[in-house]
Design a protein around this ligand. Structure first.
Ligand code: ZN
Length: 263
């Protein structure tokens, strides 16, 4: 147990709650639904997942993820059934839910209560990390709140595929691109002549380069491909199932009507 995230299990559905110390927990609700009954039955479809979780769907922003760097602002104009293309969502001043889906790519969450409660969620896999969606997202927050906005922010990275399971041939163009774009400590040669890429580490370094202090970057270092019991992994078995990150800013301190916020 640590104070920044917590694994839970209820209704045959495992999940991770991302937790921020102090005041933050009063407003941030951030849950990653892992392998389990509800995500199995949703089969990667966020609308099915929404019906299974909520019964009646609330207003929710669910972009179509395209491994790019576009970040959208959560607003009622783009809630379901709209599916704008984007790989990041910025949330503030609204009680809308926002959601992204993952199977090996990394969830990245940044949140602060200053100057007002806000959260940024990103989908950063190989391509998102090459294109540095983290920088894109942080730039958006800085444009909005100024360069000091990360002073009281927390960030979380993962779970995603580990360097143990993300290997590519040395001569593949994506390997060469990674060699050009990522710090040297994010690439290793394996004993069978492949190159292993540590995407989680690259994302953490991007967060730090763009202003997050190291002690505010919390990694969930599990590899989604290794830990079959907890996570879906596209690379392991081509699954169509996805883990779903669901975030909202709570405006009330009363008991929540949602079971995953009460366990
Ligand atoms: Zn692994």
């Amino acid at each position: 147990m640590n104070s920044y995230f917590c694994f839970k299990d209820a209704r045959e559905q495992s999940l991770i709650s991302y937790l921020a110390p102090g005041m933050h927990n009063r407003y941030l609700s951030a849950t990653l639904f892992l392998k389990g009954n509800i995500m199995d039955n949703s089969d990667g479809d966020p609308v099915k997942a929404g019906h299974l979780l909520f019964g009646t769907m609330p207003e929710i922003v669910v972009p179509k993820q395209v491994h790019g760097t576009r970040i959208i602002l959560a607003s009622p104009r783009i809630t379901l059934p709209q599916r704008p293309e984007a790989d990041g969502i910025f949330l503030s001043n609204t009680d809308l839910f926002i959601s992204l889906r993952f199977a090996d790519c990394f969830p990245v969450l940044i949140s602060s209560s200053r100057p007002e409660p806000w959260a940024l969620v990103l989908h950063s896999g190989y391509r998102g990390t090459m294109k540095n969606i983290v920088k894109e997202g942080i730039s958006l927050v800085k444009r909005r709140y100024g360069n000091d906005c990360l002073n009281s922010a927390f960030s979380w990275v993962g779970p995603g595929i580990g360097s143990c399971c993300y290997t590519r041939k040395t001569v593949d163009p994506p390997t060469i691109e990674a060699g050009n774009r990522l710090p040297a400590e994010c690439l290793f040669s394996t004993k069978d002549g492949l190159v292993s890429i540590d995407i989680g580490r690259a994302i953490s370094m991007q967060l730090h380069e763009n202003g997050l202090p190291m002690d505010r970057i919390k990694r969930i270092a599990d590899c989604t491909s290794c830990k079959d019991s907890l996570y879906y992994s596209y690379r392991r078995n081509g699954t169509s199932c996805r883990m779903m990150l669901l975030v909202r800013l709570r405006t009330m301190y009363q008991n929540s009507p949602f079971w995953w916020e009460n366990i």
